[in-house]
Design a protein around this ligand. Structure first.
Ligand SMILES: Cc1ncc(COP(=O)(O)O)c(C=O)c1O
Length: 386
């Protein structure tokens, strides 16, 4: 048993990360400037996309993406119910309506078969969420979007680095939104990035991320620029700081190594739980690269004398921290009360929610940590087997 609580997540912060942030602090330039520009360039190069716009959260990236494609009051945007608050709340910022869609029971991603049924004349966009880091069925989603003239804004908060049929997530749909929140696959503490091939959308997102003014602070306050600026549209204060970007630049250099480490842990878990019918390991589609941001197991309640909630409590007693991704949106008071959603409207997500547990998976875990998780899960299964 682990000697002390293994946290659900712990970011890997190296001396290089610390030094990069300290250098920025000492440089005299703290807010959006050369480090942000470099982070954007490095990110675009890493993914092979034309434009990358850095912002201060993944939520801000989603908000700016919907603004760029012109979402208006009364529009409808298709969103999976099994996601985080951010994916749907940004739709509501526009007084538009998020239309929830159920997940597939295997990958837990948005079910393309159900998307078409949710399309109405008011539908303007789809936000597929690459849950846990596994890309959605993008061929079918992009084909539906083409057929019905919809935009596709990918929520890739979990999906760095991931690919679908050889194409990197971030260089595929109309706009892709990443998060660098503390628990994500690379972190800037708080931060996000929107990527696109469309120069007009990139320009609009950049402008709206800084009050809708025509020049960014870097140009205004260096000898490249001047005091003059014009407000084109009332925008937002979503710009990333150079302090955060300094961390992002260093983290991005290790993105592939981080991914290798998570993939190895996922492989150990797969192997260790393969013979347990009580535990369903994550289903992985073919011809994709899974980012393995999360490792979500499903507890098979028919075979165990313990429910998901008590399973989590028992794992905690074994000193293993876990989490749940996510409580489906339709079960939350706001969505239930505002849209009249019932649990039965989304049978897959409602059922899956009772069974899911996210196990720790991050590069700072040692081999012993991984073993502790495996031993704890196997011990509970043995103890509570029917
Ligand atoms: C699926 C999903 N979308 C969007 C976000 C929002 O990202 P951020 O916290 O950077 O705003 C998150 C963050 O946890 C997320 O999990």
């Amino acid at each position: 048993m682990a000697m002390q609580l293994l946290p659900f997540h712990k970011p890997e912060i190296t001396d290089e990360d610390v030094q990069s942030v300290v250098e920025t602090l000492r440089s005299g330039w703290l807010t959006t400037g050369p480090k942000v520009k470099r982070f954007e360039e490095d990110f675009a190069k890493y993914l092979g996309c034309a434009h990358a716009v850095a912002v201060n959260s993944g939520t801000a990236a989603l908000h700016l993406a919907l603004d760029a494609i012109g979402i208006k009051e009364g529009d409808e945007v298709i969103v999976p119910t099994l996601t985080f608050a951010a994916t749907a709340e940004v739709v509501i910022y526009f007084k538009a309506n998020p239309v929830l869609v159920d997940c597939r029971p295997d990958t837990l991603n948005l079910d393309p078969d159900r998307i078409e049924k949710a399309i109405t004349p008011r539908t303007k966009a789809i936000i597929p969420v690459h849950l846990a880091g596994q890309p959605c069925e993008m061929d079918r989603i992009l084909e539906l979007a083409r057929q019905y003239n919809l935009k596709v804004i990918e929520d890739a908060a979990h999906a760095l680095p991931a690919s679908y049929h050889g194409k990197n997530v971030g260089a595929m749909g109309d706009i892709t939104c990443f998060s660098f929140y503390a628990t994500k696959t690379i972190t800037t503490g708080e931060g996000g990035m929107a990527t696109t091939e469309n120069a007009d959308w990139a320009r609009r997102m950049r402008m709206m991320s800084l009050h809708g003014i025509s020049l960014d602070a870097w140009d205004r306050y260096t000898d490249k620029g001047s005091w003059y600026y014009e407000i084109i549209h009332p925008g937002y204060k979503y710009n990333l700081t150079d302090i955060a970007a300094a961390l992002g630049i260093e983290q991005l250099k290790r993105c592939n190594r981080f991914w290798e480490a998570r993939r190895r842990i996922a492989g150990h878990y797969h192997e260790a739980f393969a013979d347990l019918p009580e535990i369903q390991v994550p289903a992985c589609a073919s011809n994709i690269q899974h980012a393995w941001h999360l490792y979500v197991i499903q507890i098979n309640a028919e075979r165990l004398r313990i429910n998901r909630q008590d399973f989590i409590k028992a794992l905690k007693k074994e000193n293993i921290g876990t989490s749940v991704h996510f409580i489906p949106l339709h079960l939350h008071p706001f969505y239930r009360d505002s849209f009249g959603y019932q649990p039965g409207d989304f049978p897959q997500a409602s059922a899956v929610f009772q069974r899911i547990v996210s196990l720790p998976i991050y590069p700072a875990m040692t081999e012993a940590d991984v073993r502790d998780v495996i031993v704890a899960v196997r011990k509970l299964v043995q103890e509570y087997r029917r």
